[in-house]
Design a binder for this molecule. Structure first.
Ligand SMILES: C[S@@+](CC[C@H](N)C(=O)[O-])C[C@H]1O[C@@H](n2cnc3c(N)ncnc32)[C@H](O)[C@@H]1O
Length: 415
């Protein structure tokens, strides 16, 4: 039988699940993802759950590191993973401990090394997307400064600090910029000559943030590359989860961050492999998954996909939805394994709709979580988002719910 879940409205938290407020928060603002939630959300949950220094939070979809940094602000240890090297760099730089004096020395050395007369052509070939996004001398400028950062005589954490600063100014110059969850081609007027001063402002802001914020300096916050479907931790390691998996809305982070990925981390082929391996929230994913013989799709999902097939929804989108909930099962199975009994879990999720059919991602996830041995405590509807212009034209205005799904791990498997 399909379980009924009550949805409770919690209007005050709506702006905590969008990234807007992060853009003015010290350190958080160094790099913001289009789908980041805010530190207020994390602080609110930490307070409600009475978490402290003896606890450890995990975020298996760390993104720009909001959960990790917000947990550090509260002094609660935390560990994060993400499949994207852009996310891991952003999160790692935000939670690192620095000597401000050493950073200032390295910054002086970098400024001395930046030489616009050497920006004639990049030292190595780049994929076509990067060439098109950074035409003329732009690519040579970013390539040269990245090289100078790599050659700085300082620690890896200090070099990463400047790598992130450089990465964060790319959208001001790139012809391909993230717009919502898509990559949009734009006409940019920012001139290559302004790159040193833009970088100077950025680094000055980052250094000022370090002056304005006092965070604990213990080594209890870490982030690594890993797949949320196969976490590297031992069983019963964590007392809480605060995370947001990608929504099944077809947004592909490897495209949204394609320029950044191929400018600093991966070649074209490795970017494509990352696209395939990411959560099945976009139709191009075709991940290799751990064994999942234990997965039974919920009846409700089978009814929805049957209806979508009848309505003629593209096969690859139906496959995406089937894969999405399988991935959700694998991720919840891992969460159940790595969490201690009585652990509290918050997932921020967005519902979707295709062909006018609503996909209740929150309820389906709650059901999959219960099948994986977790308890569903509450579904809190915090925000309603408009549907896409295309869907609106065909089916009218039908906002989709954004929900915080609150789960917990029982005291024991049978309780
Ligand atoms: C909604 S974002 C998380 C945003 C984050 N809460 C924040 O505040 O910045 C989802 C993240 O999941 C990551 N991701 C996608 N597939 C993954 C997988 N299989 N394992 C781990 N992370 C994955 C993406 O790279 C992206 O950073």
């Amino acid at each position: 039988m399909t379980p009924a879940y009550e949805i409770r409205r919690l209007d005050g938290w709506g702006r905590w699940v969008t990234p807007k407020a992060l853009r003015s928060r010290p350190i958080h603002r160094w790099y913001v993802f289009p789908h980041s939630f805010t530190s207020r959300l994390v602080h609110g949950l930490i307070d409600q759950w009475h978490l402290g220094q003896a606890d450890t939070i995990i975020d298996p979809f760390a993104g720009a590191g909001t959960t990790l940094l917000a947990a550090k602000e509260k002094g609660v240890p935390a560990c994060g993973y993400d499949i994207s090297p852009v996310a891991v760099l952003a999160a790692r730089v935000k939670i690192a401990n620095y000597s401000k004096q050493r950073l200032r020395c390295a910054w002086q050395a970098l400024q001395d090394a930046i030489d616009p007369t050497s920006w004639s052509r990049p030292a190595k070939p780049y994929p076509e997307l990067v060439n098109r996004a950074l035409p003329g001398k732009l690519l040579a400028a970013f390539d040269s400064i990245a090289q100078q950062i790599a050659e700085l005589a300082c620690s890896r954490a200090e070099r990463d600090f400047f790598r992130l600063a450089l990465l964060s100014i790319v959208p001001k110059y790139s012809r391909a910029v993230a717009s919502g969850g898509w990559l949009k081609w734009v006409v940019q007027r920012s001139n290559v000559r302004s790159i040193p001063s833009t970088l100077r402002h950025r680094v000055a802001e980052m250094l000022a943030d370090l002056d304005s914020v006092r965070l604990p300096r213990r080594a209890e916050w870490r982030v690594k590359m890993a797949d949320a479907r196969e976490l590297p931790d031992r069983a019963s390691s964590f007392s809480a989860v605060i995370t947001s998996p990608p929504y099944p809305n077809r947004h592909d982070y490897t495209r949204v961050f394609g320029v950044e990925l191929m400018l600093q981390f991966l070649d074209w082929e490795a970017t494509r492999q990352l696209r395939y391996q990411s959560f099945h929230s976009h139709p191009e994913a075709r991940p290799q998954r751990p064994c999942h013989a234990d997965y039974q799709p919920p009846e409700r999902l089978l009814r929805i996909t049957a209806c979508l097939k009848k309505k003629g929804l593209e096969r690859k989108i139906v496959r995406m939805l089937e894969g999405y909930f399988l991935d959700m099962h694998l991720c919840l199975r891992e969460i159940e394994r790595v969490c201690r009994p009585k652990a509290r879990i918050a997932l921020v999720l967005g519902n979707a709709q295709y062909c006018g059919v609503r996909i209740p991602v929150d309820k389906l996830t709650a059901e999959i979580a219960e099948n994986a041995g977790l308890g569903c405590d509450r579904l809190l509807a915090v925000r309603y988002r408009g549907n896409s212009a295309q869907q609106m034209g065909k089916f009218g205005r039908r906002p989709s719910r954004e929900t915080i799904v609150l789960l917990s791990k029982p005291r024991s498997r049978n309780s």
